[in-house]
Design a protein around this ligand. Structure first.
Ligand code: TYM
Length: 335
């Protein structure tokens, strides 16, 4: 069997980028034969950015309800909260001791923070936590603790998967056995990076997101606010340069996409294009939104599902594997 694993950081409300980049492909993969799936809420990762406990808890509930609403079946896949698996931070330390600091220096998120400090005339590491620096090691532990083979993510996460391969390989080499299988990244080619309202990558950090389960009228308003150029109706438009088109393509079939490309060439007005985009997204999301509303009203049930998932997963994989790894590096056997 192939093991497919992915996580979402519990730092905010799930948006369309999370859905098309991770949730939709991951749920589809979980329905294929010969696949064992691991989907989790990355709440340790959230602490790197968020020091607001209520927000972390709310986001955890929202993201869990989102996975379930999108078709995840908790009795068929492993569904859990990262912080319910203490073997993950334990493996993080084992990997920290083999991870090259120079590799972490090159991580995009850390480098971007350093670049910003330089631009602001601050010290390189001003205000940067060691947690941000170590982020890729924690993520490698998420992946390697369950020996995942495939990790469906958006483009922004490719570098992290490469680092997980590097740390795993280094551990295998140093301790003389293939303890870890090396994960491969899986990218939805026609989605790549979903743009946000301002055309940059849709991201909680840019405040340019469209929440996946925004009410219909809010969804419509947000789509109307997507930045476009000033070409009038009747003027030909470049589909490939348009964020409206990129969003449409992420939700449409090949035929619908071809028809929209044609309409752009023929000068469809922005208002019309956005109306069609709204209808396309709403058609896909509306039935999920209804399930989400019902689920989010039952937090105790969701909590039970998460705890049960983590408990079974620890017993089956995490506890025995960490025992083997402790043994491999020369620590005492806790068993
Ligand atoms: P996070 O929470 O930022 O995003 C969750 C998933 O959504 C994808 N994504 C996008 N895809 C396409 N277009 C976008 N605009 C867009 N924005 C977000 C992300 O690529 C990601 O797949 N570090 C990870 C969470 C994580 C993880 C893991 C993922 C922790 N451990 C282990 C995989 C395996 C993160 O912060 O994703």
């Amino acid at each position: 069997t192939t093991r497919v694993l992915t996580g979402i950081t519990t730092s905010g409300t799930p948006h369309l980028g999370n859905y098309v980049g991770a949730i939709r492909p991951a749920v589809a993969a979980s329905h294929r034969d010969g696949v064992e799936s691991f989907y989790f809420l990355a709440d340790y990762h959230a602490l790197i950015k968020v020091q607001d406990p209520a927000r972390v808890q709310r986001s955890t509930l929202e993201i869990a309800a989102t996975w379930l609403a999108c078709g995840l079946e908790p009795d068929k896949v492993w569904f859990y909260r990262q912080s319910d698996i203490p073997e993950i931070p334990e493996l993080t330390w084992l990997l920290t001791c083999v991870a090259g600091k120079g590799i972490l220096n090159r991580a995009h998120a850390y480098k971007a923070a350093v670049d910003k400090n330089r631009a602001d005339g601050e010290d390189d590491d001003a205000g940067i936590s060691a947690g941000l620096f170590m982020y890729p090691v924690l993520m490698a532990a998420d992946i390697l603790i369950f020996n995942a083979n495939q990790v469906p993510v958006g483009r922004d996460q490719i570098q992290h998967i490469e680092m997980a391969r590097d740390f795993g390989q280094r551990f295998n080499h140093l301790f003389g056995k293939d303890y870890f299988s090396l994960p491969e990244v899986v990218i939805e080619e026609h989605v790549a990076t979903l743009p946000g309202l301002d055309g940059r990558k849709m991201s909680k950090s840019y405040d340019n997101t469209i929440p996946l389960f925004a009410p219909r009228n809010e969804l419509k308003k947000l789509i109307a606010a997507i930045v476009t150029d000033s070409r009038a109706p009747g003027e030909a438009k470049d589909a490939d340069a348009s964020h409206v088109f990129q969003l449409y393509r992420a939700f449409a079939s090949a035929e619908e996409t071809a028809a929209m490309r044609q309409a752009f060439a023929e000068g469809i007005g922005w208002g019309d294009a956005k109306q069609q985009l709204f209808e396309r997204i709403d058609a896909e999301v509306a039935p999920l939104r209804e399930k989400y509303e019902a689920l989010i009203a039952r937090p105790a049930e969701i909590e039970g599902i998460l705890r049960d998932g983590a408990q079974r997963l620890r017993a089956k994989y995490a506890v025995p594997f960490i025992a083997e790894l402790r043994n491999a590096v020369g620590l005492r056997d806790l068993g």
